[in-house]
Design a protein around this ligand. Structure first.
Ligand SMILES: Nc1ncnc2c1ncn2[C@@H]1O[C@H](COP(=O)(O)OP(=O)(O)OP(=O)(O)O)[C@@H](O)[C@H]1O
Length: 67
């Protein structure tokens, strides 16, 4: 699989998350927000100091992106 568009913004996202208590990421459908953001935060160690929670409008979608 090729890289999703969000991957290019990883450094900017991590930097912004570090500096702000709340961050809103806006991007096109399929740009990788739901599937990549939790993995980026996991790789950067955010699961060590807290939990990474993933919400979706439907239960099945929430469970599948959390795996
Ligand atoms: N590493 C990858 N490379 C390419 N495509 C991927 C990869 N991982 C997941 N995908 C696919 O890319 C799409 C990314 O969707 P994702 O739900 O993350 O986007 P999104 O930005 O959250 O979209 P939406 O705004 O519609 O929720 C999915 O169809 C998924 O199957």
């Amino acid at each position: 699989m090729g890289d999703l568009p969000i991957v290019r913004f990883e450094e900017k996202i991590v930097e912004t998350v570090k500096e702000n208590p709340v961050v809103v990421v806006i991007g096109e459908t399929g740009s990788g927000k739901s599937t990549q953001l939790p993995q980026i935060l996991y790789r950067r160690g955010y699961a060590k100091s807290g939990i990474i929670a993933v919400t979706q409008p439907r239960r099945v979608a929430a469970v599948s992106v959390s795996r």
